[in-house]
Every structure is written in C-alpha cells, then in structure tokens.
Design a protein around this ligand. Structure first.
Ligand SMILES: [Zn+2]
Length: 470
C-alpha cells in the first residue's frame, strides 16, 4: 500500500516518496497571533494534524514545523490599540492558540518557530536575493522581489504572470516598486513600527519571507509537504516558492496540500456571528471539544465543509456512538470461546480504513469503515457472540485507529470521586429495588454530563457528548 496525496501544483495524486526514506518533513503555515484563532483556521491546522498522525500511524517518522507569525500589520495595529508591545500581544495570543489547539487535541508540532526569532535567517535569504539580482532596494529602505526575474511565477496558482494583478497586502502605491506585482521582502522603517537594525538596513520583514526562512532552516532547502488553506495559494505560497527557489536554485517543496474554506451557515450560527467563530466561544456554548474536532476533520480536506449547528450535532452523535461502543466493550463479560470470525472482521475494517486514508486522506471514507465496524460489533455484543478477550481485542482496534482520529475519551479517563459515588449509590439502589432512587440518581448523573445504562454486563456509564445548548 502506498500513501497518495494530491499536489496542488501539478494537480496530480502521487505516491508520497519522502526525500529521506522513512522521514517526512512537513511545514504548515501557522497562526498570526493578534487575536483568537477562527475555527476556519483550525480546519486547516487539524487536517495537517490528521496527516501527521496518519503518517506516524503508518510507521513513518515525521518532523512537523508550524510557524507563529508574531510581527505583521495586524499585530502592530493590535498592540498599538491595546497599548502594549508587539511581543506582549503576541505572547498572549500564542498561549491562547496553544490552549485552543490542545483542547482540539491537535498534535503539538515538533517545532513552532516565531518570526521575530528568525530575523537573521530572513536577512541572509534577502542578501542572497539581492546578490543574485532577484531583489532590489527602493529609496525608503524597502526591498522587493522582482517578479519579472522569475518566469516560473504563477505555477502553483496556475496564473499567467502577464495577466496578474497586484495581490500583495501592501497597497501598490505605498512603496515605490518597479512593478506593481513585486512583493516586499523587507519593509523600510516607519514611525511607530517595530524595526530591526540588520546587515540589509533598518526595517522589518515582509510576511512571505518568514515562511521561506523558517521552513528551510528547520527542514532543509527542499522538503516533502507544505500545507495551508486555499486562501494562501496566492500570493503567499506563490511568493514562498519564488523567493526560496530563486535563492537556492533547488526545488522548494515536493507536495503542496491545500484545504478548502470552512463554510459557515445556518440560522443559529448566523445569529451570533462574530463570537461564535472562535474556538473558546464555541466550547463555552457547551459544544464538546471532541465533537468540534470531529466536525472539522470529518470531511475530506479539499471538500466543502459546512459548519452549522446540524453538522455539530451530527458530529456529537457520531462521537457518542464511538464512546458507547467502547464503553460497552469495556464492560462486556462473557465466558465463552473466542469468536472465530472476529479477527477477519477487524482486519477487513483495518484494510478499508487504511485504503481510504492512503487515498489522499479520504477521512469520510475512513470513518465509514469505522462505523461499519461499530454496527458489526454492536450486533455481536447484542448476540453475546464475543468472548471477554474478544472485547479487549476490539477495543485495541479502536484505540489504534484513534491515534489518527483523536476523538475517543482518554484511556485513563477516571471519573471524579463524587460522580463515582453517585454511580455506586445507584448500584446499591437497584440492588435494593429502590427504582425511584435509581431514576433520581440517573437524572442527577445526566445533569452532570454522565449517561448511565443498565446492561447484562451491569451498570455502564459514559460522558455525554454535547453539541451545544440552545
Ligand atoms: Zn506561511
């Protein structure tokens, strides 16, 4: 089996062949830390997370780098408005980003480089581009990349360079550029803006150069996979390619992966636009973090994902079905011979899951394989066809699969002692045939987020997966 990925530049779905056998090097454009990160950005981060998790699950070594943009126009404006330095503002929102990422169970990238800690690397790259004629200075101390010097420009976005209009964040007339298409590598000093004194002059880096400098520093001049949202294809990634390859003369990235925008719709969501799009607010509304994660990863990354209260509810229901099965398997006790057909059923589900993920991370097809198995196992539990050992084997299948999906409860999810006491009280009430007390305890547990079921294997509990209140 081979893992195949669809490269945005060529449009082809090709086998993943890492430059270094067995080791995949991945760079993801990370957040600009000037405020809370929108869940649409988290769709982009979480598909990269699923990619990293899947490659590791398949036994590959992965080095994953995600940059933190801690100097840019939005941060400078935000810091000025808040009356703090850019470092303080960036620190605050970087911490919040990491907390949101942890809540959504995003694997922590191996390296999270910050732009302001890599100014020297950017300066060296710009010096090379000045020396080889791909960059030029303007009177205000800025330095631009000369697009006319790079005929391959537009290859990723499939644009004709002659037809291209200015797409840069900087206004065309703000700096005296030779050509409106040229983009800033370095911005000359301005009053009230942070600046660095460097070998190429005083000023601050442009946004695009940071990703070239940091990716090549940590992953080498050529690396395997670069991810981002489709909105970054042009001009950001196009500029990264031009400045990197013009400086090194080597191919920059082997495979470009881009995820589609998150569509937000639905009456409930629209009512509270503004607040509801941030991870913290979504969780404060009572949405389970695992349900939000599931909603953001369950659709193929290039496919349209509609984020609505309905899609969240469907995600919560799916996570709850997985929880319920794992809880049922954990409680299952049957003294009988092992089910001879179980190994085959588990192996078939494994093959179907891997085949779907190998096919350009087709998560929705992989989840279909998971839920086929859920149905199959529920049938076998109801028919008491499994042995106690079979149930453990089946749990192990889901735990292994969850190293990719990241949605099951933690394995050491211990109940809080007071909830455990309520469960024990309920067992005692049922033993005494005090069903009024047993029902009251069930309601109290439900109000505290615990679902209780009575089964042949005894009382079983799981945490409720909520899709939000109201
Ligand atoms: Zn970037």
């Amino acid at each position: 089996m081979t893992i195949r990925l669809q490269d945005t530049m060529s449009g082809e779905t090709r086998p993943l062949e890492p430059l270094e056998a067995g080791h995949v090097r991945i760079y993801s454009c990370g957040p600009t830390v000037y405020g809370p990160v929108h869940i649409g950005n988290f769709r982009s981060f979480l598909y990269a997370d699923v990619l990293v998790r899947y490659l590791r699950y398949r036994g590959l070594r992965v080095t994953w780098v995600m940059n933190i943009t801690d100097v840019d126009d939005k941060i400078i404006r935000g810091a000025a408005a808040a009356g703090v330095g850019i470092g303080e503002l960036a620190d605050r929102w970087r911490e919040r980003f990491l907390a949101d990422a942890a809540a959504l169970r995003m694997t922590r990238p191996d390296i999270l480089p910050r732009a302001t800690e890599h100014i020297d690397d950017m300066v060296r790259l710009i010096e090379t581009l000045l020396a080889n004629g791909h960059a030029y200075r303007t009177d205000d101390g800025s330095i631009f990349f000369r697009i006319a010097s790079w005929p391959a420009y537009g290859r990723l976005a499939h644009l004709d360079p002659e037809q291209m209009r200015v797409g840069e964040r900087v206004e065309a007339d703000e700096y005296a550029k030779d050509d409106v298409r040229d983009f800033a590598l370095w911005k000359g000093p301005k009053n009230g803006e942070p600046s660095w004194d460097t070998a190429i002059g005083t000023g601050r880096p442009g946004w695009h150069i940071e990703c070239s400098a940091m990716s090549m520093k940590h992953l080498g001049e050529s690396f395997d996979i670069h991810t981002g949202g489709v909105d970054l294809i042009f001009p950001h990634h196009e500029d990264e390619i031009a400045q990197s390859e013009a400086a090194t003369g080597k191919p920059f990235v082997r495979t470009w992966l881009h995820c589609a925008h998150l569509q937000m719709s639905g009456a409930k969501m629209a009512k509270s636009t503004g607040n509801i799009a941030r991870v913290g607010e979504v969780l404060e509304m009572g949405v389970d973090a695992r349900a939000l994660r599931y909603a953001l990863i369950a659709v193929h990354y290039r496919g349209q994902l509609n984020y609505t209260s309905d899609s969240l509810a469907a995600a919560a229901a799916a996570v709850d079905r997985l929880d319920a099965l794992v809880a049922a398997l954990a409680a299952y006790r049957e003294d009988r011979p092992d089910d001879p057909t179980l190994p085959e059923a588990l192996a078939a589900a494994r093959t179907a899951f891997d085949a779907a993920m190998d096919d350009d991370l087709n998560v929705s097809a992989a989840l279909a394989a998971v839920f086929d198995l859920v149905r199959e196992l529920n049938r076998r539990i109801d028919g008491r066809a499994l042995s106690t050992a079979d149930a453990s084997t089946a749990i192990a299948w889901f735990r292994t699969t969850d190293t990719v999906l990241g949605v099951l409860p933690d394995e050491d999810d211990d109940l809080e002692p007071e909830l455990r006491a309520l469960l024990d009280d309920r067992i005692a009430a049922r033993a005494a045939r005090d069903f009024a007390a047993s029902d009251r305890l069930r309601d109290e547990l439900a109000a505290r987020g615990i679902a209780v079921e009575d089964t042949r294997d005894g009382q079983r509990w799981r945490r409720l997966v909520e899709a939000g209140r109201g």
